[in-house]
Design a protein around this ligand. Structure first.
Ligand code: NAD
Length: 250
């Protein structure tokens, strides 16, 4: 029998990332959670411990996935310590919202590097291992805003739409190698990213959601767990919308 599978989750210590890590660990996958802010792994480790997961079920690893060399180093360290990465979840992301007329080059570049370049930077490091073992799962976290656009998010929507093109093209290239490549597009999920919004803006968004609630990280984690499973081997190049029905308005 194949030994325990290993998943690398970029931005794994964030709101959605932590939900994904818990869910994959519950599915008996060893989880390596990537982080970039020094010290942010401490709360994550407590959350995993409190959920009943021990050091034989997860680890954390530092690395800025927006930088190619740092991503290369981070994945090399992970492979040395924990073995080939079977499941990659590209989840790290940031927002730098501003209307296009006010958006700076810095806003643009930060979002493209973190949300789109990162998928190239990290996937490039894991793909050969997956090809060699003829099994792999790559799950890219996009956004409903990458499909429908969003006011103040020309940078974010462009990066997230780019993720969808990346997903479909790579899926075509590696399907015959036993590797699936899919995207999950969250809607409005209750995490530090959306807690940063003013209350009035949050309420206005919730009012547009057919399910009449924000999503929670588990909603996304459940979708990721399915795509990471053995049973999803015939699902590739898809974009799974997890947004309480918001995509129905597109
Ligand atoms: P979050 O801010 O809680 O988590 C994001 C994590 O990514 C953080 O831990 C952050 O430190 C990490 N990160 C940022 N830059 C990084 C870098 N260069 N290298 C490594 N890690 C880095 O946000 P979240 O809501 O959990 O978002 C997770 C993903 O889901 C993101 O890709 C986001 O765009 C996407 N998403 C979120 C929502 C939502 O409503 N929360 C909706 C759609 C898509």
């Amino acid at each position: 029998m194949k030994q325990q599978r290993v998943a690398l989750v970029t931005g794994g210590v964030g709101g959605i990332g932590t939900g994904i890590c818990k869910r994959l660990a519950a599915d008996n996958i060893f989880v390596v959670a990537n982080f970039v802010v020094p010290g942010s792994e401490v709360a994550f480790e407590s959350a995993m411990n409190n959920a009943g997961f021990g050091s034989d079920q997860f680890a954390t690893i530092a690395g800025d996935v927006s930088q190619y060399d740092a991503a290369e180093e981070m994945v090399a360290q992970s492979v040395t310590k924990f073995g080939t990465i079977d499941v990659l979840v590209n989840c790290a992301g940031i927002t730098r919202d501003a209307s296009f007329r006010k958006m700076t080059l810095e806003h643009w570049r930060a979002v493209m590097a973190t949300n789109l370049d990162s998928a190239f930077n990290v996937t490039k490091q894991v793909i050969e291992g997956m090809v060699a073992q003829e099994w792999g799962r790559i799950i890219n976290i996009s956004s409903v805003n990458g499909v429908k656009g969003a006011f103040g998010q020309t940078n974010y929507a462009a990066a997230k739409a780019g993720i969808l093109g990346f997903t479909k093209s790579l899926a075509l290239e590696v399907a015959k190698k036993g590797i699936t490549v899919n995207a999950v597009s969250p809607g409005f999920i209750d995490t530090p990213m959306t807690k940063a919004m003013p209350d009035s803006a949050r309420q206005a968004v919730v009012a547009t959601i057919p399910s009449e609630r924000m999503g929670v990280p588990d909603d996304i984690a459940n979708a990721v767990a399915y795509l990471a499973s053995e049973g999803a081997s015939y699902v590739t190049g898809t974009n799974l919308s997890v947004n309480g029905g918001v995509h129905l308005y597109q």
